[in-house]
Design a protein around this ligand. Structure first.
Ligand SMILES: [Zn+2]
Length: 334
């Protein structure tokens, strides 16, 4: 995935935050607004040899080291699945265990990784610009890892700064939240998001349609475009669900499917209330006599499924169950 550090709304926020002092930032807000990208922009600026008020220079040895994801003074704490997705190297030990198939990449931030990071924060920096610890998504810490981090946040060893990025800050320990300066991610302007997406190689009509399905969140759009989600697919989703066609969801992860169905449900509720839909065109929504109560119940079931979507007993079965539930809801008579 490309790291859109140059996105104008990320750059603006980086400038704002760099003008303030703080050894621990918590970047929060819904997914797709660029928490990770802003976190990386901050860490890069902290470690850069020639930083400007706008951030890292992009050209010094430190910036180059970050660009290739090997900087001795930057510790990146992520679930292994996310590290792999974003192209960060795993520790030798972790890589070895995964290569030998003795376990799968972890979806949580592992205690081992946190121990390494705590040790890292106590070492002397290698390049004389201090050190940085980047945690993303911070809500993927379990209680043990979170408490280990908390100790370091409470007694930071001098020259280390932290940036935690989260898409679910309510899932963090309150004690962690209170140790950080919180920043709520800002939304980009629609034309700004569109211009940036076309600059990333997404065709304008596709970007426009996907921006709508992603609720205006540009980095979500980029991920969707990269995973092959087309506007045509999106437009056909509501009717496919009404027909109970599970094949329409076949290429999606359970989490993606649930997200799409929640948006469909959301728009149907809006329509019932006489408001304009947000994620779909009105013409794309299927006829249904499902009441707001029935739709709300469906939404609750989807939220429940979202909690188990990371460990699906069988992804195919889950998609079929989701489709059947969607169809039943849409065909409900009140
Ligand atoms: Zn630099």
């Amino acid at each position: 995935m490309s790291a859109p550090l140059n996105a104008p709304w990320i750059a603006r926020q980086a400038t704002d935050l760099l003008a303030q002092r703080g050894h621990a930032w918590l970047l929060q807000g819904p997914s797709g607004l660029g928490q990770y990208e802003l976190a990386l922009a901050l860490a890069s600026a902290w470690l850069c040899e020639k930083p400007t008020p706008q951030g890292a220079c992009g050209d010094c040895p430190s910036c180059h080291a970050i660009a290739v994801h090997t900087h001795a003074d930057l510790a990146v704490l992520m679930p292994e699945t996310v590290m792999i997705e974003l192209g960060w190297p795993l520790s030798e030990k972790a890589q070895d265990e995964i290569d030998k198939k003795s376990r799968k990449p972890s979806k949580e931030i592992r205690v081992d990784a946190m121990r390494d990071a705590v040790e890292f924060s106590q070492r002397t920096d290698a390049r004389g610009r201090g050190k940085a610890v980047l945690v993303f998504p911070a809500e993927r810490m379990n209680t043990i890892t979170a408490n280990a981090l908390l100790k370091t946040l409470e007694e930071p060893p001098g020259d280390v700064r932290f940036v935690l990025a989260t898409e679910a800050s309510h899932m963090l320990l309150p004690t962690i939240r209170s140790r950080c300066l919180a920043h709520t991610m800002k939304w980009p302007e629609a034309d700004e998001a569109l211009a940036w997406l076309t600059g990333q190689g997404v065709q304008a009509p596709v970007a426009q349609a996907l921006l709508r399905s992603a609720g205006g969140r540009p980095t979500d759009v980029l991920r969707q475009a990269e995973s092959g989600l087309s506007p045509e697919w999106w437009a056909a989703l509501p009717k496919a669900m009404r027909q109970g066609d599970a094949r329409h969801l076949a290429d999606m992860s359970s989490a993606q499917a649930i997200d799409a169905l929640q948006k469909l449900c959301h728009d149907l509720v809006l329509r019932q209330a006489g408001a304009a839909p947000r994620f779909f065109d009105a013409a794309q929504l299927p006829a249904t006599s499902a009441s707001v109560m029935v739709l709300t119940d469906w939404f609750k079931r989807l939220m429940q499924s979202a909690r188990t979507a990371e460990h699906p007993f069988n992804a195919g079965l889950m998609l079929e169950a989701l489709t059947a539930d969607a169809q039943q809801t849409l065909l409900s008579k009140g």
